[in-house]
Design a protein around this ligand. Sequence first.
Ligand code: ADP
Ligand code: SF4
Length: 684
Amino acid sequence: MRDPRHDILFQPIQIGPKTAKNRFYQVPHCNGMGHREPNALAGMRGMKAAGGWAVVCTEEVEIHPSSEVAPAQEGRIWQDEDIPLHARVVEAIHEHGALAGCELVYNAPRTNLYSRMVPMGPGPGSVISGAMEPQQARVMDLSDIRALRRWHRAAALRARTAGYDMIFVYAGHGLTMTQQFLSRATNQRSDAYGGSLENRARLLRELIEDTRDAVGHDCAVPVRIAVAELGVKDGLARAEIEDLIGMLGELPDLWDFCMGSWPTDSQTSRFSPEGFQEEYFRGLKALTSKPVVGVGRYTSPDAMAALVKGGVMDLIGAARPSIADPFLPLKIAEGRSDDLRECIGCNICIASDNQSVPIRCTQNPTMGEEWRRGWHPEIIQPRASDARVLVVGAGPAGLEAAHQLGKRGYAVALAEAADRLGGRVLAESALPGLAAWRRVADYRIGQIERLDQLETYPASRLTAEDVLEFGATHVAIATGADWARNGFGRHHPQGFDIAPGATVLTPDDIFAGARPTGRVVVYDDDHYSVGGAIAELLALNGARVTLATPAPLVSNWTVNTLEQGVIEARLVAAGVTLATRTAATSVGPGGLHAASNVTGTPSVIEADAVVLVGNRLPRDGLAKALMSRAADWADAGLQSVTTIGDALAPAMIVHAVYQGHRYARELECPPDPDVVPFRRDLPR
Ligand code: ADP
Ligand code: SF4
């Protein structure tokens, strides 16, 4: 039964002419599918609605080709022909009684790589572009502003035709034209749209009034707005936001608060705790009679209830927690909070959008696969036989495989060499800031404990003989990988020379407790989180650390997770010396020998110890030993041995979970290898 303290989360809320059945509100979020994959999108949004979210919104939906974000895959509602694809998404949301929200956007000036239209903005500033296109906007005149208003109105009417219940005016995340007009940082106009706050808010006011006039009788008109532009000279700040809500507070049907840029809003758990945005939202609700909503990566129902009771917000906004667990509301409603698959705040989902590929989630391997593979986050097909399955290795791959096989009803044994289950997740979550990553293991261990037909055997390092003796029908080898000690990495396919007597460590040594002191070089040729986090750990432990990397940026891949800048700042603050574009040539007794990979200029970084963070080597000894004894399988009753996760191909945790999940789904019902293994949204 539900905890009565959470009852408040299930009260209906009036949003203009519409009623949300509870307070769970999936804020608009990008997903890398957008207009290109409408069926996959409908499958994903529909799953959220099935999971109990009262409001399910789109990603940003472009209203006009003069501000489009190609190659990013967002929504489009440029013309009537776009309506049927939106209607499909709306239908999937309505099927489960949720309200469908459409986040219309006229973007801040973008490159318009697809439409090739000249970008326009409040001033002649540069376009927003990760690739730093040397391209500027033309300044909008009054006829441009009138045109923008017409386009927004037309898009709102199309969105209503598609069936949306809520049609947004969006002024958030540093991505929108309305925010650029609103902020003194980007608006230096001297006409009726510049200068005073009233003037800078004129476009926002007009768009709210236009939208209300066009669709307000039938649809709610929420405003999603940035309440703080952190670190921006003359950016939006508290006093102006309070004045703004004082001026416009009653115009929309709901206020949806966000931060002034995506990186400052979607911060990872490494740098910000759950609810860090609250200090920026708190108190704003008192300035309007309309309901307010905000996000904070909330996964604790107690924290959610406290926010409502404390008058901070009326609805609990969530993007990432709804991705990690689309069934979060239903689980809380049924008093099953222990079953929540909590977001770990890693931003792999965001990386997918930044890479313009379908959304992936570390915690929820079914995310983005609802339609194309028919995967449901909570339901899996029953077992195909009475086979016994042995899973060797309890890292993310083994844990996910065992959990899902157990749910299918197989008799499963999960053997793990270490005393505790969790594999690499236990090690990496002990690095500075990464504690929330433990949730990958904790969730699965919690679920496994409830499955009667699943036995776990910690402290059990299995040999091929042990496996054959065990008598399983199917064996999954999920034994993980070891960090290479010879310099093998992205830039060094053959490794490099290491002088005898040089002190060389790998992350495995650090995880096992090694803490080199004195002068330490961390050589990062992996480029994700571990290298930077180890450098930070050792510096905090008193070592004089240099982080060297052949990449142009430290922790280069984390550009995708919106973390790179903060990681670099954190390293500098910890006193770490940074040496980028520095490729190792060897490790000598006195330190790392390197050369600039731009000029070739050699250098020596003196060090007492070098930590090599490069590639990993699959721990495939057990798999190979079993393969070499194929002749003994029949006597042992063994039919298949399959290697999964890092033991097959080392990669990020998200991939290990996914491969574990796929193994469990496909055991005894393998896909035809000659057929594309998922449905595609093909253009018609
Ligand atoms: P993945 O990311 O693929 O799940 P991990 O490295 O996180 O890989 O986990 C692999 C796990 O397998 C580790 O916890 C390791 O202790 C365990 N392991 C490795 N070899 C054996 C073995 N022979 N028997 C049992 N467990 C093993
Ligand atoms: Fe959360 Fe990571 Fe999943 Fe995104 S990918 S929803 S941050 S667990």
